[in-house]
Design a protein around this ligand. Structure first.
Ligand code: EPZ
Length: 429
């Protein structure tokens, strides 16, 4: 398996273009199941996760064509008919968000059999809210042997859906299912993440009638059919935040482009509080840090517009060399501190108790061999490696490849010493 080696100590200077958002792209791809006309997605990231979903969609009857179009990387998805409503375990387990094909399949063809995704390393991550939403829309749901069987032979019906707590995936799933339902659906306590707004814009370009995404109440007036459309994927706010933290960690001056201001305000506020220079620009931001050490600051993860859980591991890496003690509270997932013991292999001083980690900043990290445990954890190790003395080698970087496009190239262009060591094909133990 491939590994990433980082030689610490180089400051970062330059510009990094931000790719399209993975967590939006994979929901937009699922929307292609809702129409017999082509959906053209531009600003598409090329990632392991988009490939996984493409593979599943092809099995369901969607042709998936990746190319370089007039406006950059694009994917054209076309499902003239649904040839199968079956999403098997071996494809869904590779990427949990594949489960979100269930709603569009039932909405378009009245039935589906989709594997339950199972848990993952950051938590149990049940799908009960997804199933409650589909049941509210009139689908008959049965669970057998790890599969969800959903049926709505006479179509879905608009309904009131009230989520007991905020779920990004369940809100998206309910939107994807309700656009073709008969009547009006109102989703209360909806997630407000920017990816929901992106999904609304794409669905509306396809002829849907969705309003309110980005607020806690989303209203969907069902339409009998959707058409093809072209839609540009929103910039990846987590990738943007990750490189902002990397620049603050390594020092220097990095301009993040092709992004959007306002997507990571909670992080930028914390970076300023820690002592980094932050300047918002029309298409992103500039992060600066001179030689002085950052101050420790506390964070608590929360749904948007709060501090994103997907930036928690990166911020923890940043705090490992800050001056003082930082308290990091994780409130979204129950097991999202697996990067802490790996950061400690680099010399970080961290103690974890329940949902809180205390990070006491040290003067200097030391390079070591470390292992990635999930996508965001893996990039936190790369960030720590940027300042660790000597060489840090990160293994199991297939996690990294799920969500960061051309990471070595983007960091390398700013002067980081980061290289990929191509593996010998042997699995890692
Ligand atoms: C999305 O996951 C993202 N994934 C995650 O990013 C992100 O961390 C998360 O939202 C929160 O922002 C994608 O978009 C593909 P949730 P999702 O439903 O939709 C519980 C990454 O690294 N819950 O908002 O799965 C759940 O267990 C990934 O890119 C239920 O209990 O998150 C969690 O504790 C990791 N029942 C909380 O809600 C349900 O039916 C929030 O999860 C659904 C969720």
């Amino acid at each position: 398996m491939d590994r990433i080696a980082i030689t610490g100590g180089a400051r970062l200077n330059g510009s990094i273009p931000i790719s399209g958002a993975k967590n939006s792209a994979i929901k937009l791809m699922a929307a292609s199941l809702l129409t017999d006309e082509p959906l053209r997605l531009t600003n598409m990231p090329r990632l392991a996760d988009t490939r996984f979903l493409g593979k599943l969609l092809m099995r369901l009857g969607v042709s998936v064509t990746e190319s370089d179009g007039p406006d950059g990387q694009q994917t054209i998805l076309h499902a003239p008919e649904i040839t199968s409503g079956f999403a098997p375990y071996d494809l869904v387990r590779q990427m949990r968000a594949s489960f979100n094909v269930l709603g569009p399949l039932v909405a378009r063809s009245g039935q589906a059999k989709v594997s339950l995704p199972g848990g993952c390393t950051i938590g149990a991550r049940p799908v009960d809210l997804h199933l409650q939403a589909l049941e509210a829309l009139g689908a008959k749901i049965d669970l057998h042997e790890g599969y969800v069987y959903a049926q709505a032979p006479r179509g879905l019906k608009g309904a009131e859906i009230t989520f007991p707590f905020v779920s990004v995936g369940a809100t998206e799933h309910a939107m994807l299912a309700a656009v073709l339902a008969d009547g009006v659906t109102v989703i209360h306590n909806a997630a407000c993440e920017p990816e929901l707004v992106d999904l609304q814009e794409c669905l509306n370009a396809m002829g849907a009638k969705v309003e309110g995404a980005g607020t806690p109440t989303v209203t969907i007036t069902g339409v009998p059919r959707l058409k093809g459309a072209t839609h540009a994927v929103i910039p990846d706010r987590i990738e943007m935040g990750t490189y902002a933290v990397a620049a603050a960690m390594a020092g220097g001056e990095v301009r993040l482009t092709n992004a959007r201001p306002g997507l990571i305000d909670a992080l930028l506020e914390k970076l300023k509080e820690a002592g980094a220079g932050v300047e918002e620009t029309a298409d992103g931001c500039i992060i600066r840090r001179n030689g002085s050490r950052l101050n420790a600051v506390d964070i608590e993860t929360a749904p948007f517009p709060g501090f994103a859980t997907d930036l928690q591991a990166q911020f923890m890496a940043l705090m490992t060399t800050a001056n003082g003690e930082s308290r990091i509270r994780e409130t979204i997932f129950e097991n999202r501190f697996m990067h802490a013991p790996e950061l400690m292999r680099l010399g970080a001083d961290i103690s974890v108790s329940g949902g809180e980690a205390r990070v006491r900043g040290v003067e200097q990290l030391e390079g070591a061999e470390v292992m990635a445990t999930d996508l965001r954890a893996s990039v936190s190790l790369v960030i720590a490696g940027l300042v660790a003395r000597g060489e840090t080698t990160v293994s199991r970087i297939y996690h990294l490849d799920r969500g960061f496009e051309r990471l070595e190239e983007k960091l390398g262009a700013c002067g980081a010493q980061v290289r990929r060591i191509v593996g010998d094909g042997e699995p890692e133990l």
